[in-house]
Design a protein around this ligand. Sequence first.
Ligand SMILES: *[C@@H]1O[C@H](CO)[C@@H](O)[C@H](O)[C@H]1NC(C)=O
Ligand SMILES: *[C@@H]1O[C@H](CO)[C@@H](O)[C@H](O)[C@H]1NC(C)=O
Length: 290
Amino acid sequence: MAISSSSSSSMLLFPLLLAGVLLPSVVANFYQNVEITWGDGRGQIKNNGDLLTLSLDKPSGSGFQSKNEYLYGKIDMQLKLVAGNSAGTVTAYYLKSPGTTWDEIDFEFLGNLSGDPYTLHTNVFTQGKGNREQQFKLWFDPTADFHSYSILWNPQRIIFSVDGTPIREFKNMESQGVLFPKNQPMRMYSSLWNADDWATRGGLVKTDWSQAPFTASYRNFKEDACVWSNGKSSCPNGSSQGTSGSWLSQELDTTSQERMRWVQKSYMIYNYCTDTNRFPQGLPKECIAA
Ligand SMILES: *[C@@H]1O[C@H](CO)[C@@H](O)[C@H](O)[C@H]1NC(C)=O
Ligand SMILES: *[C@@H]1O[C@H](CO)[C@@H](O)[C@H](O)[C@H]1NC(C)=O
């Protein structure tokens, strides 16, 4: 292919072809796969749909959501978080079903003063009930570059990963009486908002509006998922799409389990499963059986 061609159309085509060859499933285009739902222009899709930015200033934050709903899936996104003094800001990226007994799988990035580390907050809600927080520090500066954050949700487990390293697993323990999200389709949501009443050092550090607007960037959204439509979920066809359906039965192999234990040992800063003061009547069942 003539890369030096002066034709602008072939210049545009080349990166698309390259992406198609290198990636196992097609990376989504933000124009096609998400919609900006609030923020009055503070959320923007750029670079032909390759980049999305959310911003926050004193009057408002902003947010977007996937057009599709999923009943199981592997959702990947690359995020570059608000840089500098991000104290008081929260960037949320999660899956959630509607209603009052909703299911939800959360990543939330709690900002901090310049030089102080972000907190990565995770939670799992089943039928409207959460209280399953685990928090982590990251082993890199999440504002210096894009990093990928993934949620794998299949009938046996939910796995949270950062740059391909699993940090948390929530197993299906229905047999032991723990609810698991399995029949409410969820959509992907993301937002950037002000939460300075609680986010940074428990609300002690407030948002410094002289630094506004705050901006977070997104790229490479991938939805490898069973898409919900007209009351039915259609999963990718294993035979017609190579191994793309393998996430549906994926589990953590020994190496991945070791890596997860390393992250939890070195970077976990809060774990509801060890918070005995919080659960005087006994830890949640999934914590004991795990
Ligand atoms: C912010 O930095 C302080 C000091 O290192 C730390 O105690 C805190 O956990 C960090 N994160 C948040 C969200 O407050
Ligand atoms: C799924 O694979 C089967 C078997 O190869 C094929 O007959 C069917 O048409 C495929 N369905 C889709 C939606 O690709």
